[in-house]
Design a protein. Sequence first.
Length: 285
Amino acid sequence: ATPTALLVGTGRGAQLGILIKGPEVLESTRRVDTVVLDKTGTVTEGRMSLVSVTGDEDALRFAGAVEAASEHPIAAAVVAGARERVGDLPEVTGFANVEGLGVRGTVEGHEVVVGRAALVDVDLPGPLVAAREAAEESGRTAIVVAWDGVARAVLVVADTVKPTSREAVAQLRGLGLHPVLLTGDNARAARAVAAQVGIDDVIAEVLPADKLDVVKRLQDEGKVVAMVGDGVNDAAALAQADLGLAMGTGTDVAIEASDLTLVRGDLRAVGDAIRLSRRTLGTIK
Ligand code: ADP
Ligand code: MG
């Protein structure tokens, strides 16, 4: 394509709410055959709320106290839910964030752990297992609260799928692209969300540091990979992908690591960007 055509393409992108880092990006956009979509904040709104608490009644107060020191969307949901239901939260000391797994800290003399079962690393009693499974079957995220080495409660947080995500996935398929859902969340919840938007290929329970390796592995298989994400934990994968697309509603780190920014955070812009690149480079299929 001529420099003029590329400039026109870039300008047209801006009108569609797609910010393109440089004209050369259109060429990699055109070659993409696989689109890896982060779940939370990309396919879903990423605004979570607390739905239920099963177990010890102190769990919400303790979990809220620890999560108050975290910036994760799950933490925001737990803190808001805890303040609403129990009021003021106690102090936390010795707070630690375990990336992609959860948080821990000391509250009122108890060693409190909040997060994935893998972090908590204690057996769950039957009623908590049942609460967790029921939540995950419906695409929600279950968080375990433990203290002093005993699992005490399961908190359930829910996010909603963006109203445009299903249509966006159908558009990608229409363009001949293979969609993949990638998340640190548990496999059952991930599959439920994937089913809601029409994705069959799900890679779940991936630690933030390993999202990059998932992209590399697909590239090693010969795929030309676009990665769409919003979070700090997506940045390395966005940079590794042949094409990185950040949600404009996401973190600055994700935007900086990407080639394209979808200003409105609407996934349909992924298909728009690919159509635009094919048209600009004269290869409409
Ligand atoms: P995603 O890939 O969907 O953006 P993350 O990698 O940030 O998710 O987190 C993966 C999982 O780790 C969450 O689904 C949750 O179970 C657990 N987790 C992470 N941070 C927290 C936290 N602050 N509180 C509770 N659980 C957490
Ligand atoms: Mg995310």
